[in-house]
Design a binder for this molecule. Sequence first.
Ligand code: KG4
Ligand code: ZN
Length: 336
Amino acid sequence: MFVLGIESSCDETGVALVESGTSGLPRLAAHALHSQIAMHQAYGGVVPELASRDHIRRVLPLTQQVLSEAGHGLGDVDVVAYTRGPGLAGALLVGAGVACALGAALGKPVLGVHHLEGHLLSPFLSADPPEFPFVALLVSGGHTQLMRVDGVGRYALLGETIDDAAGEAFDKSAKLMGLPYPGGPWLAKLAEQGDATAFKLPRPLLHSGDLDFSFAGLKTAVLTQARKLGDDLEARKADLAASTQAAIVDVLLKKSLAALEQSDLKRLVVAGGVGANRALRAQLDAACARRGVRVHYPELHLCTDNGAMIAMAAAMRLQCGLQAPTDRYAFDVKPR
Ligand code: KG4
Ligand code: ZN
């Protein structure tokens, strides 16, 4: 069975084709991605209307590219999957509209996928896929969650952010330092040349005893520090970036270890854009190795939004009979 997946929740248009049998993990046949980052950079953030228009421009050429790379045609597609939410409403509607139009034209059913489930299952696309059960740390631009995952669709939320997401903390702090959008990767790069102990920044909720996160206070502390530095900010930027990254990574690390301990599991899956962060990976790898815990990540290029994770999540849900695709094409999206 071939599942075509379309991702358009934010600023990346992603399309992928996944092949799945009755058993064994579905396999990625081809995928293509167009990032709108360059387009939004001039505005310092995503402009929703521009995002929607660009998804419209890109989605069909990307679909043709994927099918041609996989050596298949539209007629070979059995199910069309799309991101149903969360995300920008207009952007989501493009993917949903195109998926349902393709489904209706081909006489094939469609399936709406939760964007976070896509991220969560993206490590199954890697050469070293995890096994259930595991603890998942889901860290993206919009979400920060710890979950116990017992199987496809069997997710228990252990903790989440009560305000900003980890990616947001990276992005907003980076913006305060005058770095381009999206700030996360830029801040991480700058941090490599800085001293992580240069500034004492808060680690909110580190000792709260639960598995919740809070990053809003950190952003305020970075702002206060940046103001205090004034003209010296430019010269101390790398130190501030390194200290900010250390604070975020420290909280993510400690809470992940606490979640592993509480659930008595020896497997951790890290997914979402912030999962691409090298400092986070290095610290998790070291701490988990000491505890005999195996850590699984998506491949670096599949950490941020992409179509492969949507096609994969759909294929895995279909394979275990969790969800039947539908031929009712009156689609809706769930921005929140
Ligand atoms: O998962 P994702 O592509 O989109 C959402 O679903 O939100 O995550 C995007 C987030 C952004 O906040 C971005 O700055 C962050 O992931 N990010 C990083 C890195 N690469 C992407 N944050 C820190 N270090 C990185 N290397
Ligand atoms: Zn995402």
